[in-house]
Design a protein around this ligand. Sequence first.
Ligand SMILES: Nc1ncnc2c1ncn2[C@@H]1O[C@H](COP(=O)(O)OP(=O)(O)OP(=O)(O)O)[C@@H](O)[C@H]1O
Ligand SMILES: [Mg+2]
Length: 539
Amino acid sequence: MNPPAAQPVLSLSAMGKDYAAPVLDDVSLVLNAGEVLALTGENGAGKSTLSKMVCGLVQPTRGQMLLDGQPFAPGSRRDAERLGVRMVMQELGLVTTLSVAENLLLDRLPHKTGWIRRARLHELAALQLAKIGMQNIDPATPVARLGIGQQQMVEIARNLQDDTRVLVLDEPTAMLTPRETSHLFEQIDLLKARGVAIVYVSHRLEELQRIADRVAVLRDGRLVDVRAMAGVRESELVQRMVGREVHEHEGRERRVAGPVLLSARGIGRAQAVRGVDIDLRAGEVMGLAGLVGSGRTELVRLLFGADRADRGEITLHENGKVTHHARKGWRSPMQAIRAGIGLVTEDRKSQGLLLPQSIRVNATLSDLGAVSRAGWLQPAKERGIAQKLVELLRIRSRNIEQPVATLSGGNQQKVVFARWLHRECKVLLLDEPTRGVDVGARADLYAQLDRMTDDGRALLMVSSDLRELMAMCDRIGVMSAGRLVAVFERGEWSEQSLLAAAFSDATGRAANPQASAAPSTESTASAVPDQTAVTADTP
Ligand SMILES: Nc1ncnc2c1ncn2[C@@H]1O[C@H](COP(=O)(O)OP(=O)(O)OP(=O)(O)O)[C@@H](O)[C@H]1O
Ligand SMILES: [Mg+2]
């Protein structure tokens, strides 16, 4: 049964939240059955705070909510879920030590007189995964073994329940590629048809145009605009969010590439990375595209020594001479760091940041916190550097002593980035560096990347956002099922050709939980070509 169009499911009136200072004030909003409301705004505008209040994760300081006309004041996430109000969190809420199946069915584990029925559990989990095209993830896999994009899909699957009335998706696609995103959108359409009210938070404005019926803009904790999505131009939205014009880097010139600084030959690890050759040159940005699970993150981790390679070699060059040579890769990240390599991680929560610590500590933390060069800290200098970085990247905070845990998601990401801005490194690897960063702030980060290439550093950037890669990179390599299947020069690529390459070699997933599925047939692409033509068809 389809409910009539404008039937309010949830209404908020004069909602507000104070921490040390107010972060949200006077938000009144109605959510209708069967509609998607896009919620947008700059990093720190209050989107997650508002979402969490609706879903019982944060207690409002002021205001009331009504669910189906009844007073609604959930005291916890469970409370809200019991009434069918669910949230896909920006910072994933999975228990990483449990399996995929256990996470999916945590509150409804099938049991028989106290014993969990494993077979049944896995069967139910597999069904739920199949809904979003993730049937190739083994439900028994511990969540910790999945890449972060796959974790995101599990978090989504967990919240696709039949009793859902309101679903809040807080940046569900920040780490997803077009394939996973389209699976998610299919599910959203189904939910809409069932009359679920959906709130969709994203910094990817083109998605909002595709999926949303209305759009609400938050600025400094206040609702500044709510209107129908149809006909709204992206530039208008940006203007409302940021209050200034933002220029995107489109149609840039190719940078002048210098000598090769890093080269890897045949580098690999088990099935995740199957022998990749790659050269990174001074003064250029190379991009790395591919589906979730294609091995992009895994390759970057090998180049940084975060995982140990089981084959291949890495060499670093300076002035035409080899300065470092690592057979079977680096023994540890420390070795890579000493050789002049840096990594901005995709998973800021578990790998990037010391969450309880301040911005100052995190931004100036050197050498992964393990090596201290001089032995003495210089507090004044440290504060000076942190202050400069906060201003440079417009990190929204009370002051540099604010714990990173209490920053908004996008602002945490800026801190991860800031750390490597202040360190010397010749080769910087960036894994989803702009994940969850708003349009305005993204332009700030891009400007910093330009400055680094001007300084002659070599950059390798993984991003799920093809538009971003096409705007920023001089070359784009495409990974598929652990192989680098194609490398395109600026001017040669199109969204179509990049996607075709991404789908070209995705076979043999079942044995490998790190890789995700793609509807593709037997592989024809050879390993490690440079400049190969793409032979595969789009799926
Ligand atoms: N526990 C907390 N203590 C203090 N301040 C907090 C806390 N949680 C959030 N804030 C502040 O509230 C403001 C709004 O944060 P919120 O996470 O809602 O932003 P957001 O719009 O979701 O941003 P993003 O796009 O970066 O995810 C930020 O300034 C943040 O620092
Ligand atoms: Mg947020």
